[in-house]
Every structure is written in C-alpha cells, then in structure tokens.
Design a protein around this ligand. Structure first.
Ligand code: HEC
Length: 155
C-alpha cells in the first residue's frame, strides 16, 4: 500500500511536469501573443520588409539573419525601437513591444544576445517618443560600421 501510494505521488509529479512542458514554458522572449505579433507583421511590416524579412532591394534593408546584431553594439537597442517603421507603427506600446521582440526571435534568433532583456511596453513607449526621421539611414550606417568591426565570434 505504501509503495502504491509512493508510486501514485511519483506519477502525479510526472504528470505535473509534463503539463508544465506542454504549456511551452521557455525562456522569456517578451512575446505574449505570437499569433497577434505575426498578424501585425503581415499587416503593418511585410509590405516593405517582405514576409521573410529579406527586404526590398534599393529601399528596405534585409533583417533576416541580421537584425539582432544591432543589440550587440551601443545605441543599437534604442535604434531598433526608434526606427520610423517601428516608432510610428499604428500599434499600442504593448503590441509594438510584442512585435519587435517577435521580429528579433523570428528572423534572427541566432544573434539575440544570451542576456537580452525583451523590450517592455514601457521602454517602447519611452523610445518611440523620439522617432528617427530622415537621419535614420545615417544612424543605421554608423551602427552597421560598429557591427562590422565586431568579430563573428562576438555575435
Ligand atoms: C514604408 C516601409 C517600411 C515599413 C512599413 C516598415 N519598415 Fe521597418 N524599415 C524600413 C526601412 C527603409 C528601414 C531602414 C532604416 C530606415 O531608413 O528607416 C527599416 C528598418 C527597420 C528595423 C531596423 C533594422 C535595420 O536593419 O535597420 C526594424 C527592427 C524594422 N524596420 C522593423 C519594422 C517593423 C516591426 C515594422 C512594422 C511595424 C516595420 N519595420 C515597417 C522600412 C519599413
């Protein structure tokens, strides 16, 4: 009887563990609603960036396999939230934070730094108050030069 009780407890504990895993408990990516983020990407972003974030020649740079590299250089974190397409997107701060975090993991998860703190709605709200305008390409070029100066192993 005692053995059966112990087995039952072990089985219950196992079940609880399985349930936990089934709920997709994983590192905090800052994406509370991936389906909504994807929908927002389709409606508000992919016209310029293309569905797979490979960009549009001459107008919109590729983000696939690249975008999270900005998080490795000083000023990059702020740039990603202040770039016009992000800062002025017709979305509230919560949905925009979700979308930017989703964009980073979806298109360049390999370069997201291990200690990355996902953007919060509060941070997005603060940064988007100072959107980049015509200076965006120059700011981007300066950051890209910093990224290019890094060794591949630092990314
Ligand atoms: C009208 C075209 C357009 C739309 C719409 C647009 N973007 Fe962009 N995006 C650009 C361009 C062009 C750049 C390069 C910086 C610049 O010149 O503004 C850029 C840069 C970025 C960057 C910085 C990375 C880099 O490579 O410079 C991120 C992140 C980004 N966009 C995300 C988004 C998201 C998310 C949306 C949807 C909410 C969006 N963009 C909508 C054109 C667009």
């Amino acid at each position: 009887m005692i053995l059966r009780g112990a087995l039952a407890i072990a089985a219950l504990a196992g079940l609880a563990g399985a349930t936990f895993a089934a709920q997709g408990v994983s590192p905090d990516t800052g994406v509370s609603d991936p389906a909504l983020a994807r929908q927002n990407w389709i409606l508000k972003c992919q016209g310029c960036h293309r569905p797979d974030a490979t960009g549009t020649p001459e107008t919109t740079p590729a983000m696939a396999g690249i975008v999270a590299k900005f998080l490795h250089v000083s000023g990059g974190r702020e740039y990603l939230a202040r770039v016009p397409g992000v800062a002025t997107a017709p979305l509230d701060d919560t949905q925009l934070a979700d979308l930017l975090n989703w964009t980073l993991y979806r298109f360049d998860g390999a370069h997201v730094p291990a200690d990355f703190r996902p953007y919060s709605a509060e941070e997005i709200g603060r940064l988007r108050k100072a959107p980049l305008r015509t200076e965006a390409p120059a700011v981007r070029a300066a950051l890209a030069a910093r990224i290019n100066a890094l060794a591949e192993s630092d990314l």
